[in-house]
Design a binder for this molecule. Sequence first.
Ligand SMILES: Cc1cc2nc3c(=O)[nH]c(=O)nc-3n(C[C@H](O)[C@H](O)[C@H](O)COP(=O)(O)O)c2cc1C
Length: 206
Amino acid sequence: MNKSKEYKDKITLAVTGASGSGYFLRLLKSLVDAEIQIYLLLSDAAKIVLKTEENEDWPEDVNDLNTYLQNKYQSKEQQIIALTAKDWFSPVASGSSAPDKMIICPCSCGTLASIAQGVSNNLIERSADVILKERGQLIIMPRETPFSTIHLRNMLTLSELGVTVMPLAPGFYHQPKTIEDLQDFMVARVLDHLKIPHKIGKRWCE
Ligand SMILES: Cc1cc2nc3c(=O)[nH]c(=O)nc-3n(C[C@H](O)[C@H](O)[C@H](O)COP(=O)(O)O)c2cc1C
């Protein structure tokens, strides 16, 4: 698991078709600002949810998408590397080259189930499988309500394997006034878990 000298770290960031794509957008920007290199994986359902919830209509072609994201986030060339669902020759698909950290935000219950069963049918599932077999750090951020017993069993399976299950359920003790305040609460917690320094949101007792 190698690290580029140009960046402080590298990470795989996946977004799936659960509600809460605004959390993902905020997290992506924070990782860019923290000078992290990001391998970006989007499911087809994630693109639909991004359009529905955030009016984000991203290019279908992956090369166009990379150019679009570089402009949108003012990121360095190759800082955000978007990949396609079947890009089996990409670094994230193999333990010899993948980052040792991955976040799935938001994580659909479908992707949660596939990862818990080791299905590896697309690059998101395969990347998570690689993190599990290499014993890296996997953070999944599921969103559904209520959770069925199947969802809960799948979360338990992953938790027992060392995965951090961080449901998209922000606290209210910081008295949020805006949606961004709520998004920041969750983004700050993820960055804390990854030990990425940040100044987002207030901490408990601050
Ligand atoms: C607008 C919208 C919101 C959705 N919200 C959720 C959700 O909160 N949680 C969830 O598990 N699935 C949700 N779904 C359903 C998933 O997108 C669907 O199960 C999909 O197959 C997941 O595929 P993926 O895991 O490859 O992204 C939503 C779908 C749409 C279109």
